[in-house]
Design a protein around this ligand. Structure first.
Ligand SMILES: Nc1nc2c(ncn2[C@@H]2O[C@H](COP(=O)(O)OP(=O)(O)OP(=O)(O)O)[C@@H](O)[C@H]2O)c(=O)[nH]1
Ligand SMILES: [Mg+2]
Length: 447
Protein backbone atom coordinates (compact mmCIF):
# COMPACT_ATOMS: atom_id res chain seq x y z
CA UNK A 1 0.00 0.00 0.00
CA UNK A 2 1.26 3.45 -0.81
CA UNK A 3 0.66 5.15 2.51
CA UNK A 4 -0.12 2.51 5.13
CA UNK A 5 1.55 3.42 8.44
CA UNK A 6 5.20 2.33 8.65
CA UNK A 7 7.56 2.52 11.59
CA UNK A 8 11.32 2.16 12.03
CA UNK A 9 14.21 3.06 14.25
CA UNK A 10 16.02 5.96 12.56
CA UNK A 11 19.13 5.72 14.74
CA UNK A 12 21.48 2.72 14.92
CA UNK A 13 20.68 -0.02 17.42
CA UNK A 14 23.05 -0.29 20.35
CA UNK A 15 24.05 1.50 23.51
CA UNK A 16 23.25 5.21 23.25
CA UNK A 17 21.62 7.98 25.24
CA UNK A 18 18.65 8.38 22.92
CA UNK A 19 16.98 6.68 19.99
CA UNK A 20 14.70 8.21 17.36
CA UNK A 21 11.73 6.32 15.99
CA UNK A 22 9.78 7.46 12.95
CA UNK A 23 6.21 6.59 12.20
CA UNK A 24 4.65 7.73 8.92
CA UNK A 25 1.56 7.14 6.81
CA UNK A 26 -2.01 8.27 6.42
CA UNK A 27 -3.12 6.63 9.68
CA UNK A 28 0.09 7.38 11.58
CA UNK A 29 -1.73 9.57 14.12
CA UNK A 30 -4.26 6.79 14.85
CA UNK A 31 -1.41 4.35 15.48
CA UNK A 32 0.33 6.88 17.71
CA UNK A 33 -2.88 7.47 19.68
CA UNK A 34 -2.99 3.75 20.55
CA UNK A 35 0.54 3.61 21.99
CA UNK A 36 1.25 7.13 23.31
CA UNK A 37 -0.38 8.56 26.41
CA UNK A 38 -1.35 11.24 25.84
CA UNK A 39 -1.09 11.78 22.07
CA UNK A 40 -2.17 15.19 20.80
CA UNK A 41 -1.45 16.13 17.20
CA UNK A 42 -2.50 19.75 17.90
CA UNK A 43 -0.73 22.07 17.90
CA UNK A 44 1.54 20.37 15.36
CA UNK A 45 5.35 20.21 15.48
CA UNK A 46 5.49 20.59 19.24
CA UNK A 47 7.51 18.12 21.28
CA UNK A 48 5.63 16.68 24.26
CA UNK A 49 6.49 14.28 27.01
CA UNK A 50 4.52 11.03 26.65
CA UNK A 51 4.26 7.58 28.15
CA UNK A 52 4.86 4.96 25.49
CA UNK A 53 2.84 1.85 26.32
CA UNK A 54 2.14 -1.49 24.70
CA UNK A 55 -1.40 -1.06 23.28
CA UNK A 56 -2.59 -4.54 24.30
CA UNK A 57 -1.28 -4.82 27.87
CA UNK A 58 -0.96 -1.13 28.67
CA UNK A 59 2.50 -1.96 30.03
CA UNK A 60 4.91 0.98 30.14
CA UNK A 61 7.70 0.74 27.55
CA UNK A 62 9.39 4.09 28.07
CA UNK A 63 9.03 7.65 29.22
CA UNK A 64 9.51 9.38 25.87
CA UNK A 65 9.13 12.56 23.81
CA UNK A 66 6.88 12.78 20.76
CA UNK A 67 6.06 15.34 18.09
CA UNK A 68 3.36 15.14 15.42
CA UNK A 69 3.99 16.50 11.92
CA UNK A 70 0.86 16.66 9.75
CA UNK A 71 1.40 16.05 6.04
CA UNK A 72 2.16 17.30 3.50
CA UNK A 73 4.80 19.47 5.22
CA UNK A 74 6.86 16.46 6.30
CA UNK A 75 9.84 14.46 5.05
CA UNK A 76 7.62 11.78 3.53
CA UNK A 77 4.72 14.06 2.62
CA UNK A 78 2.36 11.95 4.79
CA UNK A 79 1.52 12.46 8.47
CA UNK A 80 4.60 11.72 10.54
CA UNK A 81 5.34 11.17 14.22
CA UNK A 82 8.82 11.33 15.69
CA UNK A 83 9.34 9.63 19.02
CA UNK A 84 12.51 9.99 21.04
CA UNK A 85 13.06 7.15 23.48
CA UNK A 86 15.96 6.15 25.67
CA UNK A 87 18.66 4.33 23.74
CA UNK A 88 20.13 0.89 24.24
CA UNK A 89 19.31 -2.54 22.94
CA UNK A 90 15.93 -3.16 24.56
CA UNK A 91 13.88 0.01 24.83
CA UNK A 92 13.96 1.18 21.18
CA UNK A 93 13.14 -2.32 19.92
CA UNK A 94 10.29 -2.67 22.41
CA UNK A 95 8.99 0.76 21.39
CA UNK A 96 8.96 -0.22 17.71
CA UNK A 97 7.22 -3.49 18.65
CA UNK A 98 4.55 -1.55 20.58
CA UNK A 99 3.92 0.67 17.54
CA UNK A 100 3.67 -2.41 15.32
CA UNK A 101 1.14 -3.87 17.78
CA UNK A 102 -0.71 -0.56 17.47
CA UNK A 103 -1.09 -1.06 13.72
CA UNK A 104 2.08 0.07 11.96
CA UNK A 105 4.20 -2.10 9.67
CA UNK A 106 8.01 -2.28 10.02
CA UNK A 107 9.42 -0.12 7.21
CA UNK A 108 11.52 -1.59 4.41
CA UNK A 109 15.00 -0.11 3.81
CA UNK A 110 14.68 3.38 2.32
CA UNK A 111 10.88 3.31 2.48
CA UNK A 112 10.52 6.76 4.10
CA UNK A 113 12.62 8.34 1.36
CA UNK A 114 10.84 6.33 -1.30
CA UNK A 115 7.55 7.82 -0.10
CA UNK A 116 9.13 11.26 -0.14
CA UNK A 117 9.93 10.70 -3.83
CA UNK A 118 6.49 9.31 -4.66
CA UNK A 119 4.86 12.27 -2.87
CA UNK A 120 7.03 14.74 -4.77
CA UNK A 121 8.98 15.93 -1.71
CA UNK A 122 12.32 14.86 -3.18
CA UNK A 123 13.38 14.03 -6.71
CA UNK A 124 15.30 10.84 -7.41
CA UNK A 125 18.64 12.64 -7.47
CA UNK A 126 17.98 14.08 -4.03
CA UNK A 127 16.98 10.66 -2.73
CA UNK A 128 20.28 9.26 -3.99
CA UNK A 129 22.10 12.18 -2.40
CA UNK A 130 20.44 11.39 0.93
CA UNK A 131 21.94 7.89 0.82
CA UNK A 132 25.30 9.28 -0.28
CA UNK A 133 25.35 11.75 2.59
CA UNK A 134 24.72 8.98 5.11
CA UNK A 135 27.39 6.78 3.52
CA UNK A 136 29.95 9.58 3.14
CA UNK A 137 33.29 8.70 4.70
CA UNK A 138 35.34 11.55 3.23
CA UNK A 139 34.56 15.29 3.45
CA UNK A 140 34.51 15.64 -0.35
CA UNK A 141 31.80 12.98 -0.54
CA UNK A 142 29.67 14.75 2.07
CA UNK A 143 30.03 18.14 0.33
CA UNK A 144 29.08 16.65 -3.01
CA UNK A 145 26.05 14.87 -1.52
CA UNK A 146 24.88 18.08 0.18
CA UNK A 147 25.17 19.97 -3.08
CA UNK A 148 23.05 17.36 -4.83
CA UNK A 149 20.57 17.31 -1.95
CA UNK A 150 20.29 21.06 -2.48
CA UNK A 151 19.19 20.27 -6.08
CA UNK A 152 22.50 21.33 -7.63
CA UNK A 153 22.39 18.61 -10.26
CA UNK A 154 18.59 18.69 -10.53
CA UNK A 155 18.59 22.44 -11.26
CA UNK A 156 21.22 22.04 -13.98
CA UNK A 157 19.23 19.24 -15.61
CA UNK A 158 16.05 21.31 -15.49
CA UNK A 159 17.87 24.14 -17.23
CA UNK A 160 19.03 21.72 -19.87
CA UNK A 161 15.52 20.34 -20.24
CA UNK A 162 14.18 23.86 -20.77
CA UNK A 163 16.85 24.49 -23.40
CA UNK A 164 15.84 21.39 -25.32
CA UNK A 165 12.18 22.41 -25.22
CA UNK A 166 13.11 25.86 -26.46
CA UNK A 167 15.04 24.32 -29.29
CA UNK A 168 11.95 22.36 -30.18
CA UNK A 169 9.93 25.58 -30.10
CA UNK A 170 12.41 27.19 -32.47
CA UNK A 171 11.66 24.63 -35.14
CA UNK A 172 7.93 24.56 -34.39
CA UNK A 173 7.22 26.88 -37.30
CA UNK A 174 8.84 24.43 -39.68
CA UNK A 175 6.76 21.65 -38.14
CA UNK A 176 3.53 23.63 -38.66
CA UNK A 177 4.40 24.88 -42.13
CA UNK A 178 6.62 22.23 -43.69
CA UNK A 179 5.98 23.58 -47.20
CA UNK A 180 7.57 26.96 -46.54
CA UNK A 181 11.20 27.28 -47.56
CA UNK A 182 12.35 29.67 -44.93
CA UNK A 183 10.85 29.81 -41.42
CA UNK A 184 10.90 32.92 -39.26
CA UNK A 185 13.82 31.52 -37.25
CA UNK A 186 17.27 31.75 -38.79
CA UNK A 187 19.01 28.36 -39.06
CA UNK A 188 22.06 29.82 -37.24
CA UNK A 189 19.88 30.42 -34.22
CA UNK A 190 18.78 26.80 -34.15
CA UNK A 191 22.39 25.73 -34.60
CA UNK A 192 23.54 27.94 -31.72
CA UNK A 193 20.83 26.67 -29.37
CA UNK A 194 21.61 23.10 -30.35
CA UNK A 195 25.31 23.54 -29.73
CA UNK A 196 24.72 25.11 -26.30
CA UNK A 197 22.52 22.21 -25.19
CA UNK A 198 24.89 19.60 -26.54
CA UNK A 199 27.90 21.21 -24.85
CA UNK A 200 26.07 21.35 -21.56
CA UNK A 201 25.34 17.61 -21.69
CA UNK A 202 28.92 16.87 -22.69
CA UNK A 203 30.24 18.98 -19.81
CA UNK A 204 28.17 17.06 -17.29
CA UNK A 205 29.19 13.74 -18.81
CA UNK A 206 32.84 14.72 -18.52
CA UNK A 207 32.44 14.79 -14.74
CA UNK A 208 31.18 11.19 -14.63
CA UNK A 209 34.49 9.27 -14.28
CA UNK A 210 35.66 11.28 -11.28
CA UNK A 211 32.12 11.60 -9.92
CA UNK A 212 31.64 7.84 -9.85
CA UNK A 213 35.14 7.51 -8.40
CA UNK A 214 34.13 9.93 -5.66
CA UNK A 215 31.40 7.58 -4.50
CA UNK A 216 33.49 4.43 -4.65
CA UNK A 217 36.94 5.72 -3.74
CA UNK A 218 39.87 5.87 -6.18
CA UNK A 219 41.79 2.58 -6.38
CA UNK A 220 45.48 3.37 -5.96
CA UNK A 221 47.74 0.38 -6.49
CA UNK A 222 51.21 0.50 -4.99
CA UNK A 223 53.56 -1.57 -7.15
CA UNK A 224 57.24 -2.04 -7.81
CA UNK A 225 60.16 -4.40 -7.38
CA UNK A 226 60.53 -6.46 -4.19
CA UNK A 227 61.85 -4.50 -1.23
CA UNK A 228 61.25 -1.13 -2.95
CA UNK A 229 59.43 0.13 0.16
CA UNK A 230 55.85 -0.40 -1.01
CA UNK A 231 54.42 -1.74 2.23
CA UNK A 232 56.22 0.97 4.19
CA UNK A 233 54.64 3.62 1.96
CA UNK A 234 51.22 1.95 2.22
CA UNK A 235 51.46 2.09 6.02
CA UNK A 236 52.67 5.69 5.98
CA UNK A 237 49.74 6.79 3.77
CA UNK A 238 47.29 4.96 6.02
CA UNK A 239 48.88 6.19 9.21
CA UNK A 240 48.87 2.67 10.72
CA UNK A 241 51.15 -0.36 10.55
CA UNK A 242 48.73 -2.38 8.46
CA UNK A 243 51.13 -4.34 6.22
CA UNK A 244 54.16 -6.37 7.32
CA UNK A 245 57.49 -4.69 6.53
CA UNK A 246 60.81 -6.56 6.56
CA UNK A 247 64.16 -6.23 4.85
CA UNK A 248 63.50 -9.56 3.10
CA UNK A 249 62.50 -9.12 -0.56
CA UNK A 250 59.21 -10.88 -1.26
CA UNK A 251 57.62 -10.09 2.12
CA UNK A 252 54.20 -9.15 0.76
CA UNK A 253 52.47 -12.08 -0.90
CA UNK A 254 48.78 -11.28 -1.09
CA UNK A 255 47.42 -7.85 -1.99
CA UNK A 256 46.20 -5.83 1.00
CA UNK A 257 43.48 -3.23 0.52
CA UNK A 258 42.46 -0.45 2.89
CA UNK A 259 40.34 2.70 2.79
CA UNK A 260 42.02 6.03 3.31
CA UNK A 261 40.90 9.66 3.24
CA UNK A 262 43.60 11.74 1.59
CA UNK A 263 43.21 15.50 1.17
CA UNK A 264 39.52 15.01 1.95
CA UNK A 265 38.98 12.52 -0.87
CA UNK A 266 38.19 8.81 -0.61
CA UNK A 267 40.82 6.30 -1.71
CA UNK A 268 41.22 2.55 -1.70
CA UNK A 269 44.90 1.81 -1.31
CA UNK A 270 46.24 -1.58 -2.38
CA UNK A 271 49.68 -2.84 -1.39
CA UNK A 272 50.86 -5.62 -3.71
CA UNK A 273 53.56 -8.26 -3.99
CA UNK A 274 56.84 -7.03 -5.50
CA UNK A 275 57.18 -7.81 -9.21
CA UNK A 276 59.98 -10.18 -10.22
CA UNK A 277 60.53 -13.60 -11.77
CA UNK A 278 60.19 -15.94 -8.86
CA UNK A 279 60.52 -19.70 -8.46
CA UNK A 280 58.38 -19.60 -5.34
CA UNK A 281 54.87 -20.78 -6.10
CA UNK A 282 53.14 -18.65 -3.48
CA UNK A 283 55.06 -15.55 -4.54
CA UNK A 284 54.17 -16.20 -8.18
CA UNK A 285 50.49 -16.37 -7.28
CA UNK A 286 50.89 -13.09 -5.39
CA UNK A 287 52.46 -11.47 -8.43
CA UNK A 288 49.47 -12.64 -10.50
CA UNK A 289 47.20 -10.85 -7.99
CA UNK A 290 49.37 -7.71 -8.34
CA UNK A 291 48.83 -7.76 -12.08
CA UNK A 292 45.08 -8.08 -11.69
CA UNK A 293 45.08 -5.09 -9.35
CA UNK A 294 47.15 -3.12 -11.83
CA UNK A 295 44.54 -3.88 -14.46
CA UNK A 296 41.79 -2.38 -12.29
CA UNK A 297 43.75 0.58 -10.89
CA UNK A 298 42.61 4.18 -11.24
CA UNK A 299 46.16 5.24 -10.41
CA UNK A 300 49.44 3.43 -9.84
CA UNK A 301 52.25 4.40 -7.51
CA UNK A 302 55.37 2.82 -8.92
CA UNK A 303 57.93 2.60 -6.12
CA UNK A 304 61.63 2.41 -6.85
CA UNK A 305 64.85 2.92 -4.96
CA UNK A 306 67.66 4.99 -6.37
CA UNK A 307 69.90 2.71 -8.40
CA UNK A 308 67.10 0.26 -9.18
CA UNK A 309 65.44 1.98 -12.12
CA UNK A 310 66.01 -0.80 -14.65
CA UNK A 311 62.52 -2.32 -14.41
CA UNK A 312 60.64 0.98 -14.75
CA UNK A 313 60.45 1.30 -18.53
CA UNK A 314 59.06 -2.16 -19.04
CA UNK A 315 56.57 -1.63 -16.23
CA UNK A 316 55.33 1.64 -17.72
CA UNK A 317 54.69 0.06 -21.12
CA UNK A 318 52.47 -2.59 -19.54
CA UNK A 319 50.28 -0.46 -17.30
CA UNK A 320 47.35 1.49 -18.71
CA UNK A 321 46.37 3.54 -15.66
CA UNK A 322 48.22 6.80 -14.94
CA UNK A 323 51.45 6.15 -13.04
CA UNK A 324 53.20 8.31 -10.45
CA UNK A 325 56.80 7.21 -9.99
CA UNK A 326 57.79 7.35 -6.33
CA UNK A 327 61.45 7.40 -5.41
CA UNK A 328 61.63 5.71 -1.99
CA UNK A 329 64.02 5.74 0.96
CA UNK A 330 65.54 9.12 0.15
CA UNK A 331 66.84 9.44 3.71
CA UNK A 332 69.49 6.90 2.67
CA UNK A 333 70.75 9.21 -0.10
CA UNK A 334 72.66 12.46 0.01
CA UNK A 335 70.49 15.43 -1.03
CA UNK A 336 72.38 16.03 -4.27
CA UNK A 337 71.46 12.57 -5.43
CA UNK A 338 67.71 13.11 -5.21
CA UNK A 339 65.59 13.38 -8.31
CA UNK A 340 64.49 16.83 -9.31
CA UNK A 341 62.47 15.98 -12.40
CA UNK A 342 58.78 15.38 -12.28
CA UNK A 343 56.71 13.25 -12.33
CA UNK A 344 58.87 11.63 -9.69
CA UNK A 345 57.94 12.22 -6.08
CA UNK A 346 60.72 11.46 -3.62
CA UNK A 347 59.73 10.17 -0.19
CA UNK A 348 61.11 8.76 2.99
CA UNK A 349 58.89 7.03 5.48
CA UNK A 350 61.64 7.47 8.06
CA UNK A 351 61.77 11.27 7.93
CA UNK A 352 58.30 11.80 6.40
CA UNK A 353 59.86 13.80 3.58
CA UNK A 354 57.71 14.05 0.47
CA UNK A 355 54.64 12.38 1.94
CA UNK A 356 52.58 15.58 1.97
CA UNK A 357 53.54 16.27 -1.62
CA UNK A 358 52.65 12.71 -2.60
CA UNK A 359 49.23 13.07 -0.99
CA UNK A 360 48.57 16.27 -2.93
CA UNK A 361 49.62 14.49 -6.10
CA UNK A 362 47.23 11.62 -5.39
CA UNK A 363 44.30 13.99 -4.96
CA UNK A 364 45.28 15.92 -8.07
CA UNK A 365 45.73 12.84 -10.25
CA UNK A 366 42.57 11.04 -9.08
CA UNK A 367 40.24 14.03 -8.56
CA UNK A 368 41.88 16.90 -10.46
CA UNK A 369 38.77 17.75 -12.45
CA UNK A 370 36.59 17.90 -9.35
CA UNK A 371 39.19 20.02 -7.59
CA UNK A 372 39.09 22.38 -10.57
CA UNK A 373 35.28 22.55 -10.58
CA UNK A 374 35.02 23.34 -6.88
CA UNK A 375 31.87 22.56 -4.95
CA UNK A 376 29.36 24.66 -6.87
CA UNK A 377 29.39 22.98 -10.29
CA UNK A 378 27.13 19.91 -10.51
CA UNK A 379 28.76 16.53 -10.93
CA UNK A 380 27.40 13.21 -12.14
CA UNK A 381 28.07 10.50 -9.54
CA UNK A 382 26.41 7.27 -10.67
CA UNK A 383 26.33 4.93 -13.66
CA UNK A 384 22.58 5.58 -13.76
CA UNK A 385 23.23 9.29 -14.34
CA UNK A 386 25.93 8.66 -16.91
CA UNK A 387 23.81 6.27 -18.93
CA UNK A 388 20.83 8.66 -19.03
CA UNK A 389 23.07 11.54 -20.15
CA UNK A 390 24.70 9.37 -22.79
CA UNK A 391 21.23 8.60 -24.12
CA UNK A 392 20.31 12.29 -24.11
CA UNK A 393 23.55 13.18 -25.91
CA UNK A 394 23.00 10.49 -28.55
CA UNK A 395 19.48 11.82 -29.22
CA UNK A 396 20.65 15.42 -29.43
CA UNK A 397 23.36 14.37 -31.89
CA UNK A 398 20.77 12.37 -33.84
CA UNK A 399 18.58 15.48 -34.03
CA UNK A 400 21.44 17.41 -35.57
CA UNK A 401 22.24 14.60 -37.97
CA UNK A 402 18.61 14.37 -39.04
CA UNK A 403 18.44 18.09 -39.81
CA UNK A 404 21.68 18.01 -41.71
CA UNK A 405 20.30 15.06 -43.68
CA UNK A 406 17.21 17.04 -44.66
CA UNK A 407 14.80 15.04 -42.49
CA UNK A 408 11.58 16.99 -41.98
CA UNK A 409 11.34 19.03 -38.81
CA UNK A 410 8.63 16.99 -37.11
CA UNK A 411 10.65 13.77 -37.43
CA UNK A 412 13.87 15.44 -36.28
CA UNK A 413 12.05 16.85 -33.26
CA UNK A 414 11.25 13.34 -32.01
CA UNK A 415 14.92 13.07 -31.06
CA UNK A 416 14.60 16.17 -28.89
CA UNK A 417 11.57 14.62 -27.22
CA UNK A 418 13.57 11.46 -26.54
CA UNK A 419 16.42 13.51 -25.08
CA UNK A 420 13.98 15.29 -22.76
CA UNK A 421 12.61 11.87 -21.81
CA UNK A 422 16.10 10.70 -20.82
CA UNK A 423 16.50 13.75 -18.56
CA UNK A 424 13.07 13.15 -17.03
CA UNK A 425 14.09 9.58 -16.18
CA UNK A 426 17.24 10.91 -14.60
CA UNK A 427 15.52 13.45 -12.37
CA UNK A 428 12.78 10.93 -11.68
CA UNK A 429 9.69 12.65 -13.06
CA UNK A 430 7.88 9.39 -13.64
CA UNK A 431 9.87 6.54 -12.22
CA UNK A 432 9.01 2.88 -12.76
CA UNK A 433 9.05 0.58 -9.72
CA UNK A 434 12.10 -1.42 -10.77
CA UNK A 435 14.20 1.76 -11.01
CA UNK A 436 13.02 2.79 -7.54
CA UNK A 437 13.81 -0.72 -6.27
CA UNK A 438 17.37 -0.39 -7.54
CA UNK A 439 17.87 3.11 -6.14
CA UNK A 440 16.56 2.18 -2.70
CA UNK A 441 18.15 -1.28 -2.51
CA UNK A 442 21.20 0.08 -0.69
CA UNK A 443 19.33 2.30 1.79
CA UNK A 444 19.26 1.65 5.50
CA UNK A 445 16.05 0.96 7.41
CA UNK A 446 14.59 4.11 8.94
CA UNK A 447 15.70 6.44 6.13
N1 LIG B 1 65.71 3.99 5.56
C1 LIG B 1 64.57 3.67 5.00
N2 LIG B 1 64.20 2.39 4.89
C2 LIG B 1 63.03 2.10 4.31
C3 LIG B 1 62.16 3.10 3.85
N3 LIG B 1 61.08 2.51 3.30
C4 LIG B 1 61.25 1.19 3.48
N4 LIG B 1 62.43 0.94 4.06
C5 LIG B 1 62.97 -0.41 4.39
O1 LIG B 1 63.05 -1.17 3.22
C6 LIG B 1 62.78 -2.54 3.50
C7 LIG B 1 61.67 -3.04 2.61
O2 LIG B 1 60.50 -2.33 2.92
P1 LIG B 1 59.06 -2.89 2.54
O3 LIG B 1 58.11 -1.77 2.79
O4 LIG B 1 58.78 -4.18 3.18
O5 LIG B 1 59.23 -3.09 0.99
P2 LIG B 1 58.23 -3.78 -0.03
O6 LIG B 1 58.38 -3.07 -1.33
O7 LIG B 1 56.87 -3.85 0.52
O8 LIG B 1 58.85 -5.22 -0.17
P3 LIG B 1 58.13 -6.58 -0.66
O9 LIG B 1 56.84 -6.73 0.05
O10 LIG B 1 59.10 -7.61 -0.26
O11 LIG B 1 58.00 -6.50 -2.14
C8 LIG B 1 62.44 -2.59 4.98
O12 LIG B 1 63.57 -2.99 5.71
C9 LIG B 1 62.04 -1.16 5.30
O13 LIG B 1 62.29 -0.82 6.65
C10 LIG B 1 62.59 4.47 3.98
O14 LIG B 1 61.90 5.43 3.58
N5 LIG B 1 63.79 4.67 4.57
MG1 LIG C 1 55.63 -5.38 0.92
Amino acid sequence: MLSDPIVALATPAGRSALALIRLSGKAAFDVAARALRPFRPDPPRVVRRVRLVHPDSGELVDDALAAAFPGPRTYTGDDLVEITTHGGLLVPAAAVAALVAAGARPAAPGEFTRRAVLNGKLDLLQAEATADLIDAGAPAQARRALHQLDRGLSARLELLRAELLELEALIAYEIDFPEEDEGPVAPERVERAWRAARDRIAQLLATAPEGERLREGALVVIAGRPNAGKSSLFNALLGTERAIVTEIPGTTRDAIEAHAVIEGFPFRLADTAGLRDSGDRVERLGIEVSRRYLGAADLVLYCEEAGDESAREEFLTRVHAPVVVVRTKIDLRPRSDRPTVRPTVAVSVVTGDGLAELKRRLAQEAFGRLLGLGDVEPVVTRARHRMALERALAEVEAFHGARAGGVEAAAAATHLRAAVGALDDLIGVVTPDDVLDRVFASFCVGK
